[in-house]
Design a protein around this ligand. Structure first.
Ligand code: HPA
Length: 273
């Protein structure tokens, strides 16, 4: 990792501190259709990604996002409303840049969320899933290249990528909100194609319960940086082969339908963290 990258992280962090994002405790990455949760935060400070020095420049319409700092569930949170995806053409160092900035600002925990396809046949669109572990099949890794020991160790332990204590808290938060929450392994691919039916069979054989195109890079960097991670997937569809066809509108439609449950689940989780 070169000095320029580190300097860029520090520059973005000090820019955001100057904007008033002083003491964030929990970072929050809000996936496709799930960004509305940030609107629940109070006393907010918001900065569009395009105005943050060093942040990747978004090229895709509808993915233009912003950082929202504020109070949520009794904590100071720093939420990403929208994330950067590998399939958009960003390198994984760019995709995970915001996680480095969160760490530089003092965040100690990260909540990652996403929309995902259900591979486990017991899952139904609209289910929320506690991510218990992941499988990185993006064919890339954000930590490739020289390691900067100030950012984290050369070889990062991934034996508890998703904190067990946080998994229990999500479960408790689900019970409190009367939601039945699934549990499973998230398998991350590069995308942007959805999977073929044969690929879905492969994913099931490999032990994936849900499949998506995000999250894995951010969690790798979060663990490298020593952040504790909680992960929640919104199952938006039966993965290909389990339903007739699949399109992005459907993914967005389902996230909209479960938005209220999702918001209460994450809010209660943050209260408990
Ligand atoms: N596959 C990959 N990514 C996804 C899916 C899917 O079925 N649904 C939502 N994101």
């Amino acid at each position: 990792m070169n000095t320029n990258y580190l300097e860029a992280v520090e520059k973005a962090a000090s820019f955001l501190k100057d904007k008033g994002m002083q003491t964030p405790q929990i970072g929050l990455i809000l996936g496709s259709g799930l960004g509305e949760l940030a609107d629940e935060a109070t006393d907010t400070i918001e900065v569009a990604y395009e105005n943050i020095p060093g942040f990747p420049v978004s090229t895709v319409e509808g993915h233009a996002g912003k950082l929202v700092y504020g109070d949520l569930g009794g904590k100071k949170v720093l939420a990403m409303q929208g994330r950067f995806h590998y399939y958009e053409g960003y390198s994984l160092k760019e995709v995970t840049f915001p996680v480095r900035v969160m760490k530089a600002l003092g965040v100690s925990s990260l909540v990652v969320t996403n929309a995902a396809g259900g591979v486990n046949e017991n899952f139904t669109p609209g289910d929320l899933m506690i991510i218990t572990d992941h499988i990185n099949l993006t064919s890339d890794n954000p930590l490739l290249g020289p390691n900067n020991n100030d950012l984290g160790p050369r070889f990062t332990d991934m034996s508890e990528a998703y904190d067990k204590g946080y998994q229990s808290l999500i479960e408790a938060a689900g019970e409190e909100n009367g939601l039945s929450v699934q549990k499973g392994v998230y398998l991350g691919l590069a995308g942007p194609t959805y999977e073929t039916p044969a690929e879905v069979r492969m994913i099931r054989t490999l032990g994936g319960d849900a499949v998506g195109m995000s999250t894995v890079p951010e969690v790798i960097v979060a663990r490298h940086a020593g952040l504790k991670v909680a992960g929640i997937s919104c199952i938006t569809n039966f993965a290909a082969g389990l339903q007739e066809s699949l399109n992005h509108d459907e993914v967005v439609e389902v996230t909209t339908r479960v938005r209220e449950s999702f918001k209460s689940l994450v809010k209660t989780l943050i209260e408990k963290m």
